[in-house]
Design a protein around this ligand. Structure first.
Ligand SMILES: Cc1ncc(COP(=O)(O)O)c(C=O)c1O
Length: 397
């Protein structure tokens, strides 16, 4: 028997979630298209019963997410990243506090704001560049809510810490071990959105998180053809609560999407490594471009998040941001001149995407008008840079 703990991620992604090694068994899991499953008599926990409760097609992908994140319990797949986010945020009871970084994926902020509008939770924003102030906010929230490590109610957390690192889109890096460790001591339930880093580069459960969340739409599925989400945890009560949320809200994945996501996972290591190599080359080249006033990428030694990222990540990812010496209109015109890059939202596919984030009215003013988020794909870095050079040239810098 191979010792699974010694298997590298490159090997794991290829083999995880396949059917049992029986003679004539299919090599890939079949897609099960059935809304109901045969059964009579008392239902036992192992029964599938009905396709809103479970579907065998999900299981390979759920095992893949859990194994990659180093979780002992099976992962949970959801109909979208936001359905996965909601399965965590919706756990908070009336009178709770949600701690959320200043820059966080806009729909996650929207979900927390909706809870605030309905009088369920108070939202406190965190400055991840200032770890001491984050720790002070954790203490203040725990004091006000009366949480301790001994009285945590996982099914209804009074204080929820929501982390993104690196953040979307500003790429700030949180000191995850310190922040998550303090949260645990204070009885605060913590979740990390690990979409940007992927489990290949960062494993939040090992850094002290209670829950890890993914928009599997991005790197895990990897081809911009699926909308899907996932969570993983080592805590049985939290898993039960998220599963209950999924089942009762019906936030379930289609079997075809789950199958495609597992197929995407097979090449995760190749894609992540190549895209990251490209991002590092591009970040360095953009530093020297006269039309670029700022490059944000944790892989640059000059980046404020570099040292923290080096400690807690095994690579710096493939998203970078550049700020242009240009107006919003001029920046949009640059996008229209690009031929290889696709101007579009989202990230994590094989193709390079680029977006001016402030085109979304929900992005805050603290994000510069001419900031472009580059979701680097697996093409040639040289070709990608040349395309930008020609698109930037008319700015005359
Ligand atoms: C960091 C992050 N989390 C969550 C989501 C939501 O995922 P989905 O679009 O799959 O619902 C996104 C989507 O862009 C994201 O970037």
């Amino acid at each position: 028997m191979t010792d699974q703990t010694k298997i590298s991620a490159e090997t794991l992604v290829v083999g995880v979630g396949r059917p049992a090694h029986d003679h004539d068994a299919p090599v890939n899991p079949p897609i099960v298209l059935s809304s109901t499953f045969r059964g009579a008599g008392k239902v036992v926990p192992e029964d599938t019963v009905y396709a809103r409760f479970d579907n065998p097609t999900w299981n390979g992908f759920e095992d893949a997410v859990a194994s990659l994140e180093g979780a002992e319990l099976p992962g949970l797949v959801f109909s979208s990243g936001m359905a996965a986010v909601a399965s965590v945020m919706d756990l908070v009871p009336v009178g709770s506090i949600i701690l959320l970084p200043q820059h966080t994926y806009m729909a996650s902020v929207g979900l927390a704001s909706d809870l605030a509008k309905r009088g369920i939770a108070e939202v406190v924003r965190l400055d991840l560049n200032d770890t001491d102030s984050v720790l002070a906010e954790l203490h203040a929230a725990a004091d006000r809510a009366g949480t301790t490590a001994e009285n945590i109610d996982y099914a209804a957390p009074k204080v929820l810490l929501w982390m993104e690192s690196p953040t979307n889109p500003m790429l700030e890096v949180a000191d995850l071990p310190q922040i998550l460790g303090e949260a645990r001591k204070l009885g605060i339930v913590s979740a990390v959105d690990n979409t940007f880093a992927t489990p290949l580069l960062q494993q939040p459960l090992k850094l002290g998180a209670d829950i890890v969340v993914h928009s599997a739409t991005k790197y895990l599925a990897g081809h911009s053809d699926v909308v899907l989400g996932a969570t993983a945890t080592n805590n049985p009560r939290l898993r039960e609560a998220m599963l209950h949320h999924r089942t009762t809200n019906g936030a379930i994945a289609g079997p075809f999407e789950a199958w495609l996501a597992l197929r995407g996972v097979r090449t995760l290591a190749l894609r992540v490594n190549k895209a990251m190599e490209n991002a590092q080359i591009l970040a360095q080249k953009f530093l020297a471009h006269p039309a670029v006033t700022e490059v944000r990428y944790p892989g640059l030694p000059t980046d404020p998040g570099h040292e923290k990222a080096k400690q807690q990540m095994s690579g710096f990812g493939s998203i970078l941001c550049i700020v242009l010496d240009a107006s919003a209109q001029e920046t949009e015109e640059v996008l229209n001149r690009l031929q290889l890059w696709t101007p579009a939202t989202s990230l994590g596919g094989v193709e390079s995407l680029v977006e001016r984030r402030r085109r979304h009215s929900s992005e805050p003013d603290s994000i510069p008008d001419s900031l472009l988020r580059l979701a680097v794909g697996i093409e040639s870095a040289e070709d990608l840079y040349r395309d930008f050079e020609q698109a930037l040239a008319p700015l005359g810098k």
